[in-house]
Design a binder for this molecule. Structure first.
Ligand SMILES: *[C@@H]1O[C@H](CO)[C@@H](O)[C@H](O)[C@H]1NC(C)=O
Ligand SMILES: *[C@@H]1O[C@H](CO)[C@@H](O)[C@H](O)[C@H]1NC(C)=O
Ligand SMILES: *[C@@H]1O[C@H](CO)[C@@H](O)[C@H](O)[C@H]1NC(C)=O
Ligand SMILES: *[C@@H]1O[C@H](CO)[C@@H](O)[C@H](O)[C@H]1NC(C)=O
Length: 308
């Protein structure tokens, strides 16, 4: 049951997309809705004392409320709702056609107009993803290009370690350009945020740092790289990163293998000579020390000499 509810919540979440809210009580308000998303437009505060009001979109009636009797017209009825308790009009699954002028007309009990207010609704495609492409230049400057996918009218902004990038840190561009060059020695976590009126998405990138180390494949790395690339180095002097840990683990494994091979061959040789000596001892008596496990290796070396 809970799983089914959870699934329903996920499905609803997907179909509603991005949700935006707008205060449309001021005449001339500008409201933004996300393509495929939901917008809640607050048309008025309390509706209880207003006998009649209508909402028109580009002069076409879409909502008519008379003595708390609500009619939403066909064009939009299947994907909108009105909450008289707080005067909010909601439109789901927004399409580009929903943009336009929305006019609220209120009337008094005699039917005379008591007020007209208009708001503009704009529909924007939400920003779906951000791509950061960066390059460390020879003197440690960093060229970064930020681009976004999907969003209408994307606006870019940059932050370094949580605060806005200043002009003093930039060689080219400003805090709103999508292509910038950071000065040398500017370091930290760089974040590019892309926003429009309906959502915002951001992406992080470490700045360049100077490294001089040996890479995993044995080549020398000397120069400015993204700090992330430090994981490419094998540097025994620094604290082990996961990569160097693997390398250490591998070398211990190889040492262990070599030791096992040496021990195995030594025991093989010992067994062979013990067997050979035994056959010699069974032949003509040769004065020989009493064999003891401690000097067995010594005897291995002696035996071939005594044979020649
Ligand atoms: C208005 O009421 C509806 C239904 O209770 C609610 O979903 C919505 O968030 C409310 N909006 C505001 C602006 O209070
Ligand atoms: C949303 O609207 C589009 C067309 O604008 C339609 O193809 C789609 O089925 C609608 N989705 C839902 C969940 O109503
Ligand atoms: C962005 O840079 C401009 C100057 O280029 C500056 O006036 C503005 O305050 C900066 N924005 C922020 C949020 O720091
Ligand atoms: C060695 O590794 C570095 C960094 O990972 C790379 O740039 C370079 O091309 C590699 N060289 C070879 C010969 O694979």
């Amino acid at each position: 049951m809970e799983a089914v509810l959870g699934l329903m919540v996920i499905l609803l979440g997907v179909s509603h997309g991005v949700e935006t809210h707008c205060d449309g009580r001021q005449d001339g308000a500008q409201c933004y809705g996300a393509l495929g998303g939901t917008v809640d437009i607050q048309l008025m505060g309390s509706t209880s004392e207003i006998p009649r009001y209508q909402l028109l979109k580009n002069s076409l009636k879409i909502l008519d409320v008379r003595n708390n009797y609500i009619v939403i017209y066909n064009t939009i009825a299947h994907r909108s709702s009105f909450f008289p308790s707080n005067g909010t009009f909601r439109i789901n699954n927004l399409s580009r056609n929903d943009s336009g002028d929305y006019t609220l007309e209120t009337s008094d009990s005699d039917g005379a107009s008591s007020g007209v207010q208009t708001l503009q609704l704009f529909i924007q495609a939400p920003v779906s993803s951000v791509l950061l492409v960066s390059e460390c230049l020879s003197q440690g400057e960093m060229r970064v290009s930020c681009s976004s996918e999907g969003g209408d009218s994307p606006q870019y902004s940059w932050a370094l370690d949580g605060r806005t990038l200043t002009d003093a840190e930039l060689l080219s561009g400003n805090n709103k350009s999508n292509n910038i060059i950071l000065k040398q020695q500017v370091s930290g976590h760089l974040v590019c945020s892309v926003r429009n009126h309906v959502n915002s998405v951001s992406k992080e990138q470490k700045t360049c740092s100077f490294i001089n180390c040996t890479s995993i494949n044995g080549t020398q790395i000397l120069g400015w790289v993204h700090a992330d690339s430090n994981s490419l180095c094998i540097e025994p002097t620094t604290e082990p990163t996961p990569v160097t840990l693997t390398a250490v683990g591998t070398s211990w494994f190889i040492i262990g293998l070599k030791a096992a091979v040496v021990i195995l061959s030594l025991s093989g040789i010992w067994i062979w000579f013990t067997w050979k000596k035994k056959t010699i001892l069974e032949g003509p008596a040769v004065p020989e020390k009493v064999e003891s496990p401690d000097n067995s290796v010594f005897m291995i070396e002696m035996s071939p000499c005594s044979n020649t």
